[in-house]
Design a protein. Structure first.
Length: 274
């Protein structure tokens, strides 16, 4: 189903996440004529995408012929204070501001906007670049059901979407799904390294680790079974997998390390949020 908007969509920032979102929107049938992209220096890949769809791209957006239905903020956090104050005056009473910028709370946007403006804060993750992301979103009290539906459709173009009512949960979300892909990539690194130590050639160990992690992830994606059940299904009593899991599941094993890692990431997310 095509994404329907009652006005223009302004995308501020066409970096990795902005590009992933834009690609998903276009694949979902969003009319390119409704999109304005603000980015002072898009990459060649982004330029080609914009040019091929005839999308309006500008270094700055000071005014628009019609109030935007949505302002999607996808700029890097370090330039937010420079970029967003210039975008805020474009917001209309019917505009929803959708932020996918890490580390910025809703009240940080509200400070620049008219009191009635709807704001949604979303935390996507990098698998959005291949349409397999997971995004958690939270809105302020001014977000209407229609605006929430629009934001949901825009975010769902790059993967699954979950909504929460408590913005305080976003720090834990960041620690689990926002940072989580890095944990999985590190798992693949460690698995390949362990394979080499077990005697495998480095290239084969890398191949096995990559395909094992990717394949297990796809199996988890397609299955309705809980991860614990899938684990149990491939673990024969006293077999090789059982022997390995005795190490990973001991008291000082993977579960404890993962709890510590997620707690550290959530703590840092709270420190960086503003």
């Amino acid at each position: 189903m095509a994404i329907e908007l009652h006005g223009p969509l302004l995308l501020a920032g066409a970096g990795n996440m902005g590009y992933a979102l834009l690609t998903g929107w276009l694949e979902q049938g969003l009319d390119p004529a409704r999109v304005i992209v603000q980015d002072p220096d898009p990459t060649e890949r982004v330029k080609q995408k914009l040019d091929s769809h005839g999308i309006d791209v500008r270094a700055e957006v000071r005014s628009l012929p019609r109030p935007p239905a949505v302002i999607v903020v996808a700029v890097k956090p370090q330039v937010m204070d420079e970029v967003f104050p210039l975008l805020a005056p474009l917001a209309h009473k019917d505009t929803v501001v959708l932020s996918v910028a890490a580390g910025r709370r809703i009240d940080g946007f509200e400070a620049y906007l008219p009191a009635e403006t709807a704001v949604v804060r979303a935390m996507p993750n990098t698998p959005a670049s291949v349409g397999r992301g997971i995004t958690v979103a939270v809105g302020n009290t001014r977000v209407t059901p229609a605006q929430r539906a629009v934001c949901d459709a825009l975010l769902r173009a790059v993967g699954e979407v979950a909504w929460v009512d408590d913005e305080g949960l976003i720090d834990a979300v960041t620690a689990v799904s926002g940072s989580g892909p890095a944990y999985v990539f590190y798992l693949a690194e460690c698995l390949a390294s362990a394979g080499v130590e077990a005697g495998l050639p480095a290239g084969l160990a890398q191949q096995l680790a990559r395909w094992t992690v990717a394949g297990a992830g796809e199996l988890l994606h397609r299955s309705e079974l809980e991860p614990a059940v899938l684990r149990q299904n491939v673990t024969s009593p006293n077999g090789t997998t059982f022997a390995a899991l005795q190490v990973l599941m001991r008291e000082d094993g993977l579960a404890r390390l993962m709890r510590e890692a997620v707690a550290a990431a959530a703590r840092r997310s709270r420190e960086l949020a503003k």
